[in-house]
Design a binder for this molecule. Sequence first.
Ligand SMILES: [Zn+2]
Length: 239
Amino acid sequence: MSADELEQLLLVQEHDTARDRLRHRRASLPERAELDAQHARRRALAAQAAEVRARRDAVLADERRLDDEARTLGTHAEEMNTRLYSGTINSPRELQAMQADIEMLQRRRSELEDRELEVMESREELDTELAGLETGVGEADAAIERLGGAVAGAEAEIDAELAVEDSTWNELAAKIPSTLLADYQRRRAQNKGAGAARLVGTSCTACHLSIPSTEAEQIRRAAGSEVAYCDNCGAILVP
Ligand SMILES: [Zn+2]
């Protein structure tokens, strides 16, 4: 092992740190959290809208049924009225009975129309509620589209930076003996970040803890001819 190779390893570590930072930034984009929140908002609003729409449709069907019934009664009453004044019926008793039937039909029609009005009012309230929910869904859709674009844009930017970091990393790593690189990568994985660190005085720049001064002295004397490790975090120490 040589001091140069260990210096090279520190550069690899620098670029690994940069890549970790970029990956972390990519995974924790604030726009993505906002996007998830908008998706959840849209789901809740759409479910609410579906429930209100079903209620509105039921009330509307009721309204139409009452309207049909009122019309039918109205038509029936008109027909009887026409017959009443057609002059074809002469019996006063029959005329009186018809008159009573017509009045009864008109009364029932008027009752149906009153109910239809009440039903219409509650249908209109549901229409208003539904329109509000649909507006909310539309707003969420617009936010989702905008945030989706922002996330894609931020990801593309980070990916471009990562591609540069990756190629630099590959160039640097190619100059390092494969056993040393594998050792570094194993330690980096265990340490969740640092596989190699500069030894400054007696302290490791990865974990910021100290090693015994005799050990630090020995590492400095060896000057990279052998690989030394931090007692605390296990990183490869570079004098
Ligand atoms: Zn350490």
